[in-house]
Design a protein around this ligand. Sequence first.
Ligand SMILES: Nc1ncnc2c1ncn2[C@@H]1O[C@H](COP(=O)(O)OP(=O)(O)OP(=O)(O)O)[C@@H](O)[C@H]1O
Length: 238
Amino acid sequence: MIVVRDLRVARGGRTVLRGLTFEVPRGSVVGLLGPSGCGKTTLMRAVVGVQIVQSGTVTVLGRPAGHRALRHRIGYATQRPAVYADLTVRENLRYFAAVLGAPRGDADRVLDEVGLGGARDQLAASLSGGQLSRASLAVALLGRPELLVLDEPTVGLDPVLRGELWELFHELAGRGTTLLVSSHVMDEAARCERLLLMREGRIIADDTPAALRDRTGAGDLEQAFLTIIERGEKVGRP
Ligand SMILES: Nc1ncnc2c1ncn2[C@@H]1O[C@H](COP(=O)(O)OP(=O)(O)OP(=O)(O)O)[C@@H](O)[C@H]1O
């Protein structure tokens, strides 16, 4: 689904991504984890094709990232709410469905999927932070994209809602959707099939949660990541 080779990106004169190489298989939930500022959002922007890159290649579904043929095949939810404050939740979704060429009925489907059905007639301006991020997620789900790139979709949500959203992610993956999901919450890492651990613009681990725990002998993923950082090694696929 995604093939990245030696990707380098500079932002504001600083090198932010320092030669990343990895692949994301189709139909999987891949977690992108790392401390604030390590480059997760920049990498997601490169995958979606809205980031100017210095060198390297990003290929999505066999085409260069940003290719217009990919536009309807990728859903992207940024950390910032992507809805209009003066429209209701449903009006927003209907508007974006029309822009994307998605069926009109898709608006209600995606609102139910993210658990916002009860707030559909509320103005977006009156939503809580967690509801707003779910509204953005709903926009990303319109048109049933093959790849979902979700930047910290569960920030500000209580554990029950977070659990429900992760169930939805796995349900989507079960139907063949590929998900690249960033987080800096370690308990979410365990819910991913594969993990990409980033630090300072590099991928320092690329493996399954179980393999990362085995390799480091750590009881949990948080400890596994700390061990990898201490060893200063790169584990997983090259
Ligand atoms: N528009 C910009 N101009 C200059 N530098 C930027 C810009 N956007 C991000 N950066 C820098 O690029 C680096 C990586 O930022 P990025 O947003 O990709 O990190 P992140 O891992 O997603 O962080 P967070 O988890 O806090 O969202 C940071 O050092 C940040 O300060």
